[in-house]
Design a protein around this ligand. Structure first.
Ligand SMILES: Nc1ncnc2c1ncn2[C@@H]1O[C@H](COP(=O)(O)OP(=O)(O)OP(=O)(O)O)[C@@H](O)[C@H]1O
Length: 349
């Protein structure tokens, strides 16, 4: 199922405060996208709006090319899994999964045998074929989360909306279950929108990340584009550690204020600017500069962390371990930096 939002603005109840501000978003049929951003960015509000649970709104929401408003709930084909998956504790796993079918009006409800068959099919799908008779308290967190997904899938939704579904799980189970979810999405031909504050989770599982801040979409792109061309310093910093070097562009060169950081060539116009670079993209250059680089203990992805005293300030970078043998004065090469001015990336930076 496809989703299209055109300039959707939503207000806090009874006020003129915008919770969602001019959101335009297209999610193609079969896509898996992640809504990411800091706490309070509006991710949950947007997910609920897509489910048709918004408050006072302007703009348009189309699902499969038709306005969602006014369509009866049972025709919407939307499955929702909330943050606290809240299974019914007094019901067995099978009853929990069947719940969405059991509560359908009589004329839409499948007969008992069909519901039982559907539950068996879903128990197989979530790889818990023998646990239909168990109660939620007897399951692990990861198993409960899979049951919550099965419950959402019981009515055969085309669109799956997930709000921080893995929040309560430990990192290893979390990684396993998101791979499993991605496989399930592909296998069932779903369209999935996942809210997470964890950018690594989003990068791992989604085709596209929609980065939100203050009720707006700051950038909507795949992982490669977000890394190579982040729209704002916020996007760059949200998606991983970044070092910022303020400076000026003059006649085709960005000159960092730190004398121990090498200039880099750019075609952007003259004026103040700021270069942001990931710690592992910085290179130590011997024989230039007067900075002191000291290796620190520990490794990260085979790289070593160095403390670099630039003079006015200190930074930490990640470099190949061989550079530990090069303690002489150094300069920093930040040729891979993205350059920003007034909060946006300079296209030729
Ligand atoms: N019903 C409401 N009335 C007033 N303000 C609201 C309402 N619902 C949400 N908000 C506000 O809207 C903003 C966005 O909230 P939302 O829960 O969508 O953010 P989020 O990005 O999902 O955050 P988190 O990661 O913490 O869940 C917050 O400032 C929140 O206080």
């Amino acid at each position: 199922m496809s989703v299209r939002l055109d300039s959707l603005t939503q207000y806090a109840p009874g006020t003129s405060r915008k919770l969602l501000d001019d959101i335009s978003l297209t999610v193609e049929d079969g896509a898996f996208i992640a809504l990411v951003g800091p706490s309070g960015a509006g991710k949950t509000t947007l997910l609920r709006a897509i489910a048709g649970l918004g408050g006072r709104q302007e703009g348009a929401l189309h699902v499969d090319g038709l306005p969602l408003a006014g369509r009866p709930m049972r025709d919407r084909r939307i499955g929702f899994v909330f943050q606290n998956y809240a299974l019914f504790r007094h019901m067995t796993v099978a009853r929990n999964i069947a719940f969405g079918l059991d509560v359908l009006p009589r004329r839409d409800r499948p007969d008992r045998a069909s519901i039982a068959a559907r539950v068996t099919e879903l128990l197989d799908l979530i790889q818990l074929p023998t646990l239909g008779g168990a109660y939620p308290d007897q399951l692990s967190g990861g198993q409960r989360q899979r049951v919550a997904l099965a419950r959402a899938l019981a009515t055969r939704p085309g669109l799956l909306l997930l709000d921080e579904p893995f929040g309560a799980l430990d990192p290893i189970v979390r990684r396993q279950i998101r791979r499993w979810l991605r496989d399930l999405h592909d296998q069932l031909g779903l369209t999935t929108i996942l809210v997470t504050h964890d950018h690594e989770e989003a990068l791992d599982v989604a085709d596209r990340l929609v980065v939100m801040q203050d009720g707006r979409i700051v950038q909507d792109a795949d992982a490669e584009t977000l890394d190579a061309a982040p729209a704002t310093p916020f996007v760059m910093e949200f998606l991983g550690e970044a070092l910022a070097f303020p400076g000026r562009i003059a006649q085709g060169w960005f000159h960092p204020d730190d004398a121990n950081v090498l200039p880099l060539s750019t075609t952007a116009a003259d004026g103040p600017a700021s270069a942001l670079v990931r710690p592992h993209e910085v290179r130590l250059v011997e024989g230039r500069g007067t900075a002191a680089a000291t290796p620190l203990k520990g490794r990260q992805h085979g790289l070593r962390r160095f403390h670099v005293a630039l003079g006015q300030r200190d930074v930490e970078i990640l470099a190949p371990a061989e550079q530990a043998d090069a303690p002489g004065p150094v300069a920093l090469d930040i040729a891979r930096a993205r350059i920003f001015r007034d909060g946006t990336r300079l296209a030729f930076g």
